[in-house]
Design a protein around this ligand. Sequence first.
Ligand SMILES: [Ca+2]
Ligand SMILES: [Ca+2]
Length: 177
Amino acid sequence: MRIEATHRVQLVFSLLDADGNGVLEARDFDLMAGRVVAAAPDSDEAAHGAMRDAFLRYWTTLAAELDADGDGRITFEEYTACVLSPERFDATVDAFARALAALGDPAGEGQVSRPAFVALMTAIGFGRANIDALFDAFGPTPEDRIAVATWVEGIKDYYAPDKAGIPGDQLVDTAAV
Ligand SMILES: [Ca+2]
Ligand SMILES: [Ca+2]
C-alpha cells in the first residue's frame, strides 16, 4: 500500500471513531450520521434518509468484512485489513460518496458551494485548512463551486489503497501522523 494511503486509512479510522473510544461500533456511525445531516439543513428528508442509510450500510459492511473476532467492535488493527480487498467496499463507498455529495447540493444543480462543502466536511471532523486545501485541489469554478461528480470521484479515490498525489491527500496533515 502507498504510504499516502496508509495515512488516509489512519485518518479515516480516527474520524469514524466518532465517540473517540478507540474502536468502531454502530454507535459511532449513528453519531456521525446525526452530525452530518444536521450540517445540511437545506436538504430534504429523502436526502437526509439516504445519508443515514449510507452510514448504516457503511457500518454493517465494515462489521461483516472486518470484525475478525466477532465482538461487534472494530479495532484499528482489524480496520487496516480493509486495504487488502478494497473491491469489497466499492459499492458501499460509492453509495456513501453519492449521499454525502448530494447533501452538498440541496437544489440539485450538480454543484457544491464552498460553504456547503465546509459544513459537511467539518461535521465529519476534518480540519478547516485541510478542507479548504481539498476544495481548491478540486479546481472550483469562478463562483467557488465544484461539481458533485468531482467530489464523488474524490471520495472514492480517497479510499483507494494504490492512489497517491490525489486531491484527498490534502486532508492528511502528514506532520501529525
Ligand atoms: Ca468508537
Ligand atoms: Ca472486533
